[in-house]
Design a protein around this ligand. Structure first.
Ligand SMILES: Cc1cc2nc3c(=O)[nH]c(=O)nc-3n(C[C@H](O)[C@H](O)[C@H](O)COP(=O)(O)OP(=O)(O)OC[C@H]3O[C@@H](n4cnc5c(N)ncnc54)[C@H](O)[C@@H]3O)c2cc1C
Length: 404
């Protein structure tokens, strides 16, 4: 991509288009923000180190073979064509907010407004080479599939599935996908009439994993684990991962032939030293408008940002999208001299369809209550339908339903 040429064109149009907006990240937050800034007719450049938008909620089906890797991706070039933003492929290597510029490889891009949306890193664990995850690099889901296939072809084994916390920030714990993976593996083994040959264990360091969904949801989850004969191993700090299991701080060990683990989110390491305000956990400090503290022309949305709100708050794709729309609205208001602003905290809730392979549970948490509603059979197909809707609507082939 000829970055220099594109910026020259932009300079020529400066009188009409006025503002150069750079969005860093092509995930839920970055893509949604670029789409909405384009609706306001700004010249937008989206930068991503992947050439595709990865639909994480659908990736839970890659390890069990129910979805192909490609079916969970949308090429960013197709999205560029559908929405008319510019796309630069490459890793952002530096952000200089006092100079209004960022570096992508050897190129420097200048901006009038910047939106940070490149997600989060993961909490590091000792022995992390001994577990597999679906929440890191997208390609890891394929490695996990290979390992699961290998174990199944052996005919028996011990599988441990868990998630971790971040003592410095509780908002990036990924419990939902861990449960989905666990239930989908259970379903696959039952379908293949192999479940009796395998032990399944769920593990987590916190004493009551999942409690942020509320007492009722936690009770239902416990019943489900018991019904499926899945052992629960919780409440002890994880010391290290080993080739044959997980070692805990009290000296106990969970033996396992295949360990699947989702570490909690941590702030992006590459932001350290950028001059941007960061929390102790490394997330970017923003106000309710999604504007970065101390920087009038820098916004942050999605997993990269520090979010405020009730104790049970959680970073999710739908919140990243809501924050993205809010940032786009507020940038436009700022550029047009309007005093109107929108805030992300009004959108704080947890919504997910927790897939079990042969059904799902609809989970919702807001300030008033936590609800978990079993949706046998139909829930699984609802989540599949959402996946199709997500792809088609992002490509502008069908209209977007507000809030979905
Ligand atoms: C397995 C799984 C299942 C999930 N299920 C759900 C669900 O059912 N519902 C829900 O609401 N949420 C779900 N989530 C959470 C949701 O996916 C995240 O909250 C969401 O992806 C955050 O969006 P984001 O744009 O902040 O970050 P991401 O989606 O992680 O996007 C980050 C983008 O930045 C790019 N990037 C990163 N570093 C750089 C760099 N240095 N230079 C250039 N580009 C860079 C990446 O390539 C990517 O394009 C799930 C997450 C996982 C992992």
């Amino acid at each position: 991509m000829d970055v220099g040429h594109r910026w020259a064109r932009h300079e020529k149009n400066r009188g009409e288009i006025v503002k150069r907006i750079v969005v860093l990240g092509g995930g839920f937050g970055g893509l949604e923000c670029a789409i909405h800034l384009r609706k306001f007719k700004y010249d937008v450049t989206l930068v991503s180190d992947r050439d595709y938008f990865y639909i994480y909620p659908l990736s839970i089906w890659i390890p069990t073979g129910e979805s192909e890797f490609d079916s969970v991706c949308i090429p960013l070039d197709k999205l560029r064509q559908a929405h008319g933003f510019d796309f630069v492929l490459g890793p952002v290597s530096a952000i200089e907010p006092h100079e209004n510029q960022i570096a992508v490889g050897n190129e420097t891009l200048q901006y009038d407004y910047l939106v940070l949306a490149f997600g989060a890193d993961k909490v590091q664990h000792e022995g992390q080479e001994y577990f597999h995850s679906i929440c890191g690099k997208p390609e890891d889901a394929l490695v996990l599939k290979k390992e699961l296939d290998r174990l199944m072809s052996r005919g028996s084994g011990r599988i441990a599935v868990g998630f971790g916390g971040n003592p410095k920030d509780r908002t990036g714990v990924r419990g939902g996908p861990a449960f989905e993976l666990l239930f989908n593996i259970d379903h696959l083994l039952r379908k293949k009439r192999m479940r009796d040959q395998f032990t399944l264990t769920f593990f987590a360091p916190m004493p009551r994993p999942g409690i942020r969904l509320g007492e009722k949801a936690l009770g239902m989850m416990d019943k489900m684990l018991a019904r499926l004969d899945i052992t629960k191993w919780v409440g002890t700090k994880i010391e290290a991962f080993e080739p044959d299991g997980v070692l805990f701080a009290d000296g106990s060990k969970l033996e396992s032939d295949l360990t699947l683990f989702i570490p909690a989110n941590a702030g992006k390491r590459m932001l350290r030293g950028s001059g941007l305000p960061l929390t102790e956990a490394g997330f970017v400090k923003i106000n309710d408008d999604c504007q970065v503290e101390g920087f009038e022309n820098v916004y942050a949305v999605g997993d990269i940002a520090n979010i405020d709100g009730p104790d049970w708050r959680a970073k999710q794709g739908h919140l990243a999208e809501a924050m993205a729309r809010i940032a786009a609205f507020n940038i436009h208001a700022q550029v047009s001299g309007s005093a109107k602003r929108k805030g992300y905290q009004a959108h704080m809730n947890i919504v997910c369809v927790l897939d079990t392979g042969n059904g799902a549970a609809f989970v919702h948490r807001n300030d008033k209550r936590g609800v978990i509603l079993p949706l046998p059979i139909v829930g699984h197909w609802l989540k599949k339908a959402w996946g199709l809707y997500c792809k088609l609507s992002k490509l502008k082939r069908i209209p977007r339903i507000p809030g979905l």
